[in-house]
Design a protein around this ligand. Structure first.
Ligand code: SF4
Length: 195
């Protein structure tokens, strides 16, 4: 068994849907060894091998696995979070047990979509980045034609939670976030603490 137990440690508002929650669970064991095997068997994962993160999309929800914790987004309540965590624990352990029969997949997988990025930007279309709209900025960001740091309003306290989730998604998809910005994110989950 690779993963023995988990514990929900934080429950936050979900940014994409205010009626739902975002849940962070600490886990008892390091699980990154199973990521390339999950990436090989599940469809639509985003795998970042250097950062040791795997994002799974299921029923419109996003589950991001890290070496030491799991983040769930667009969750109804803690009861649903517990069900998903149980499902993930079983999936992780079953996949790990079968790993000798699975060809590991180390590829990055699905790319981020501009709309996913757009939802996490301030959404004011203030033009400070030089683009006419936040959506235009999101399109350029996905194409790596502009840096996230050009969106100056995003770095204000008002957008702290959105920024954390956006950084998490960008890192999970293999995009670079300057270290100086990561250091300022106390509880940014990906690749900063624990990874
Ligand atoms: S600076 Fe940020 S908030 Fe302003 S238009 Fe650009 S992406 Fe949108």
């Amino acid at each position: 068994m690779l993963l023995n137990s988990y514990k929900i440690t934080r429950t936050l508002p979900c940014l994409a849907d205010p009626e739902k929650i975002r849940v962070i669970a600490e886990i008892s064991d390091e699980i990154h060894e199973v990521f390339p095997y999950l990436n090989a068997t599940l469809k639509g994962c985003i795998y970042n091998h250097p950062a040791l993160t795997l994002t799974i999309k299921k029923d419109g929800k996003l589950f991001t696995l890290h070496a030491h914790h799991i983040t769930l987004a667009k969750i109804e309540d803690e009861k649903e979070a517990e069900e998903i965590l149980r499902w993930l624990r079983d999936l992780i352990n079953e996949t790990y047990e079968k790993r000798d029969h699975i060809e590991p997949n180390f590829s990055k997988g699905a790319e981020l979509k501009a709309l996913d990025i757009y939802k996490l930007l301030p959404g004011t279309s203030c033009k400070k980045c030089g683009e006419l709209t936040c959506l235009a900025f999101a399109v350029k960001l996905v194409g790596q034609e502009i840096e996230i740091t050009k969106c100056i309003p995003l770095f204000s306290e008002e957008y702290q939670e959105k920024r954390k989730v956006l950084f998490e998604l960008l890192q999970a998809a293999g995009y670079d976030i300057p270290q100086m910005f990561l250091k300022n994110e106390e509880d940014l989950d990906v690749g900063v603490k624990g990874a």
